[in-house]
Design a protein around this ligand. Structure first.
Ligand SMILES: [Zn+2]
Length: 182
């Protein structure tokens, strides 16, 4: 797993702070890790965003299964949180990213809802957003799909690599310890 480190990417790792749906920090270290395949895809995404005059803000990347349990216990709704007892989250395989776009100064673009705002306005294809939010989501969707990612219908901020089950969940103690205490 590689740490995200790109000149056009800023980190706002909400699960390392209390500003998340559980109300308390889940991660001990504010580190964003990705599987090498996802890491190189994100480098392409950041290069493309940068060429278009944007920056990327990352909210979450690799998420250990134990962290997925904390989220599931806070919000057991499979539309928004993958059930850790089933296939689990694509984040636990290191091949998913939660992100948004920012302008060249790092100011986040209007997307209609915040990250992790669990409501129907977070779905793709809504008709009840203002024009600017529609346009910004479409730009993010274009950048991400052009650089190898798949979208998720219920969360505008979530993208993962195709064929997620090809990748193993990473729950070995050494990898988990890079993010959080067990
Ligand atoms: Zn996600």
């Amino acid at each position: 797993m590689f740490a995200i480190n790109h000149e056009a990417v800023d980190l706002d790792l909400r699960y390392a702070t209390a500003d998340n749906l559980t109300g308390s920090p889940i991660y001990t270290h504010a580190v964003a890790l990705l599987h090498p395949d996802a890491h190189s895809a994100l480098e392409r995404s950041a290069d493309l965003a940068s060429a278009m005059g944007y920056r990327i803000i990352v909210f979450d990347a690799y998420r250990p299964s134990i962290a997925q349990w904390r989220l599931w216990e806070a919000l057991p709704d499979p539309k928004f949180i993958a059930d850790p007892r089933a296939a689990g989250s694509t984040h636990s395989r290191g091949i998913a990213i939660d992100l948004t776009l920012a302008d060249s100064t790092g100011k986040p673009l209007e997307m209609g809802t915040d990250f992790d705002e669990m409501c129907i306005q977070s779905y793709h294809g809504r008709l009840d957003l203002d024009r600017e939010a529609h346009r910004n989501r479409a730009i993010l969707l274009g950048i991400m799909t052009a650089t190898g990612w798949e979208h998720q219908p219920y969360e505008w901020w979530h993208y993962n690599l195709p064929d997620p089950l090809v990748y193993q969940k990473k729950d070995d103690a050494e990898t988990v310890a890079r993010i959080m205490r067990i």
